[in-house]
Design a protein around this ligand. Structure first.
Ligand SMILES: [Zn+2]
Ligand SMILES: [Zn+2]
Length: 247
C-alpha cells in the first residue's frame, strides 16, 4: 500500500474511532479496532471451532475418536435434502450474541468477523471440488425490507470473494413469511418451512453443484427445505455452509 493511501486509511480509522473508541463492543474492557470488528482477542477465544470427528452428513460434532465414516442418528430420522452441512463454529452464548447484534441491532461492524469465520472454515474444503454457485437462503421480501439486508446474502458475498464461486440470488425466493423458529420443535420447524421457498420462475439447475449459505444451522429444516427445491430443479450436489451450528 502506498504512503498516501496508508495515510488516508489512518485518517478514516481515526474518524471512525472518534465515534467508536477502539474498545471491544462485547466486554467493553479490551482494546479492539474497527478492522478487528470491535471484538477483542479475549472475547474471540470464546468461539469454539468445529473439528472432526463430526457426522459426514449433517456435520454434528462428536466427542472422542471415531475413525469410520458415519451418519448420526439424528439425521437418519430427519431426512435432510442436502448432501452435507458444515459450519465454522458451534453455537454458544458468545456467537449468538454476535449474530443477534449484527442481525437485529444492525451492528454492521460485526459482519467482517462472521464473514472471516465462514471463509476461513469453508475455503479449503470448497477448493477440493467444483462448485457452480453459492445460493444464500433468501429472506421474505417483507422481512428484507424491514431488516434492510439479508445476512445470508452478505456472508455469501464474503465467501464468493474468497473462493471466486459466483453468488446466485435469482434462483430461490421465500414465498411465505415464516414466524420465528426459535420456540418450535424440530417437527414444527420442518412443517413451518416446507412450503416457505420456491424457485424464481423456470430455473434449470441440471447437474449444478451448489453451496447453500445461512448464518446459523439449528435443525437443518430451513436449509433442507431450500435444498429440496434446488434438487427438484436438477441440482446435483448441495453442500450447506453456515457460520455456526447447534449440537
Ligand atoms: Zn472483548
Ligand atoms: Zn448427522
Amino acid at each position: 500500500m502506498n504512503v498516501a493511501i496508508q495515510r488516508a486509511w489512518k485518517v478514516i480509522d481515526a474518524g471512525l474511532n472518534l465515534f467508536y473508541p477502539p474498545v471491544c463492543q462485547l466486554c467493553r474492557e479490551q482494546r479492539a479496532t474497527y478492522d478487528e470488528s470491535y471484538i477483542c482477542a479475549v472475547c474471540r477465544r470464546k468461539a469454539r471451532a468445529i473439528e472432526p470427528p463430526f457426522c459426514k452428513k449433517c456435520g454434528t460434532p462428536f466427542e472422542g475418536a471415531i475413525t469410520a465414516e458415519f451418519d448420526c442418528n439424528e439425521c437418519k430420522d430427519a431426512d435432510l435434502k442436502f448432501d452435507s452441512a458444515r459450519a465454522a463454529v458451534r453455537v454458544n452464548a458468545f456467537i449468538l450474541d454476535v449474530v443477534h447484534k449484527y442481525k437485529y441491532a444492525r451492528w454492521s461492524w460485526f459482519e467482517k468477523y462472521l464473514g472471516d469465520l465462514l471463509v476461513n472454515a469453508a475455503s479449503w474444503e470448497l477448493g477440493t471440488d467444483h462448485w457452480d454457485f453459492i445460493v444464500p437462503v433468501p429472506l421474505h421480501s417483507l422481512k428484507r425490507r424491514e431488516r434492510e439486508f439479508n445476512q445470508a446474502e452478505r456472508l455469501a458475498g464474503y465467501l464468493s470473494r474468497a473462493t471466486k464461486i459466483p453468488v446466485n440470488n435469482s434462483v430461490l425466493e421465500r414465498v411465505t413469511p415464516t414466524q420465528s423458529q426459535t420456540r418450535l420443535t424440530r417437527q414444527e420447524r420442518a412443517e413451518n418451512v416446507r412450503k416457505a421457498f420456491a424457485l424464481r420462475g423456470k430455473v434449470d439447475l441440471k447437474g449444478k453443484n451448489i453451496v447453500l449459505i445461512d448464518d446459523i444451522l439449528t435443525t437443518g429444516a430451513t436449509t433442507s427445505a431450500c435444498a429440496a427445491i434446488l434438487r427438484k430443479a436438477g441440482a446435483a450436489k448441495i453442500q450447506v455452509w453456515t457460520v455456526a451450528r447447534g449440537g
